[in-house]
Write a protein that binds this ligand. Structure first.
Ligand code: URA
Length: 191
């Protein structure tokens, strides 16, 4: 119910100019009782066409890794809910306009852990600037609209597609997220 209300607000939103160029707004999707929330940057071409998050190539990598590791109840969303033209990085103004929806989603769900996928999500959630290097793979604490939430930062799956050497760390970060959430090791724990 709570998430449905946020999705309705996202669908009617025109707080920034991205609403003028989007095909479809892209609210988050998944379980209201999710233990973990995955947060990306902004929808890409396929997501804009379908109105669903992470359904393109990067999404297939993310979703297959999530299911191999064995996450049970999860939710997938983005910092910015409309596609920036040409997949450019969202501006600070766009992030600020859209961030309240992310906070509302987190307040509806109250997950055990948030996984920030890439720099835009890490910046929006933790206020981090600069390279991911020092923070990747660590569980940190952020404030989301007054509530404290644990955040684990990892690479964006699109970065992993561009640089396959990052895959091992990406998978191991998601396994760490699994351990953190379920306090047990993933069955997919060959490495
Ligand atoms: N990249 C993102 O950050 N989000 C999506 O939904 C798709 C690609």
């Amino acid at each position: 119910m709570c998430l449905r209300e946020v999705a309705e607000k996202v669908k009617g939103c025109c707080k920034c100019d991205l609403c003028k160029v989007r095909k479809n707004p892209v609210p988050g999707e998944g379980d209201e009782g999710a233990e973990v929330v995955f947060v990306g940057e902004a929808p890409g071409k396929e997501e804009d066409e379908e109105g669903r998050p992470f359904v393109g190539r990067a999404g297939r990598l993310l979703r297959s890794t999530i299911s191999q590791i064995g996450f049970k109840k999860y939710y997938i969303t983005n910092v910015v809910k409309c596609r920036p033209p040409g997949n450019r990085t969202p501006t600070e103004e766009e992030v600020e306009a859209c961030k309240p929806y992310l906070i509302e989603e987190l307040n509806c769900i109250r997950p055990k852990l948030v996984v920030a996928l890439g720099r835009t999500a890490a910046e929006a959630l933790l206020g981090l600037k600069g390279p991911l290097k020092g923070v990747r793979g660590k569980v940190l604490v952020a404030s989301a609209g007054g509530a404290r939430v644990k955040v684990l930062v990892t690479y964006h799956p699109a970065a992993v597609l561009r640089n396959p050497k990052l895959k091992e760390q990406f998978v191991s970060d998601l396994k760490k997220a699994f351990n953190e959430v379920y306090k047990q090791r993933s069955l997919f724990d060959s490495g």
